[in-house]
Write a protein that binds this ligand. Sequence first.
Ligand code: PLP
Length: 401
Amino acid sequence: MAFDVDRVRAAYPALADGYAYLDGAAGTQLPGTVIDAMAGAYRVGLGNSGGAFPASRRSDMITAECRRSVADLTGGRAEGVILGPNMTTLTYRLARTLATGWGPGDEVVVTRLDHDANVRPWVQAAARAGAGVRFADVQLPEGDLPLAQLAELISDRTRLVAVSAASNLIGTRPDVAGITALAHAAGALSYVDGVHATPRGPVDVAGLGADFYVTSAYKWCGPHVGAVVADPGLLETLAPDKLAPAPQQVPDRFEQGTLPFADLAGVTAAVEHLASLAGPGPGTRRERILAGMAAAEAHEQGLFRVLLGGLDAMDHVTTYGKAARRTATAYFTVAGRTPREVAEHLAARKVNVWDGDNYAWELAGAFGLRDSGGAVRAGLVHYNNRSDVDRLLAAVAELAG
Ligand SMILES: Cc1ncc(COP(=O)(O)O)c(C=O)c1O
């Protein structure tokens, strides 16, 4: 079935403002159903968790349904879904927990492709534990993460390998399954950053070999909620910091304080929206999600060929990253203009893009862009259309000469 982008766009109230939202890699707009689900949860009445009265039971049901939704989205198990404020906070918590078992002689492997939220928490936790850190470099100019290099870095000293399923800067999709296989063969755990990858194609945590897969709902049309998906059996072996009276069971013991119940209702509505992207169809919610995300990915990749082809055809534009497998995420500079000037020029023409390093700090450094304001990022998600791309290209073309 052809991807009906007009039908999809009509679900998003914010898109009516006439802007081309090419800033989705930093955060997406919300469908009306998600906004309604959150408002509806508050209207009906919520209580704190674990009480004897209906409003409390509603909150617990919302939490349970949210875990099932994230499990359906990622192919994981609901009993292994840890909910929290965002990816960065959850990763710091997991790093602190996992590092209690590390010491001198142990190593963690991180990459210069990753967002800093999947680098610094591990570097800092390793330093506190007296463990070492090995960095995997990005092959330039392609922006690939060669498996052979990971094979050299991962050894029987490795306790954890942290890698991104897709770069938020240049879109590279490394061979995560190959990397996690190397980690497992060495007896190490894998921590896969799925924040950029989750909204850009079907996800299967088992296929990726991810011991931990982390995602953020505000990148896939939901509210500001993060989630870690892990095997509940693995979580049983870990002892995070927790309050004495807080639940001891998994995954609850990894969740500090009270969850944002109305937001969790929004997460479930966002997953339902992703399940509807390919249009109405038979099958389980997981099957509809896989169909919806595959259709969305094909739509984005088709537009991306136009976007990248258009940018590469302009003499005054330099694009960064050429990985064979990548998301529809372009990173570019314009001769004679700072990235902020380009972003301002585009904003004046109602085109939203990001400028800077987008926290892919190591990668911006590897490209030599860290100290010059980074570059401009224009990324596509399922609600972008040909008009968004054409407007971007026309506005960038004005900057020639
Ligand atoms: C690839 C990637 N990882 C991690 C993060 C951090 O996510 P959060 O804002 O949920 O902490 C981002 C945010 O932009 C990201 O793009």
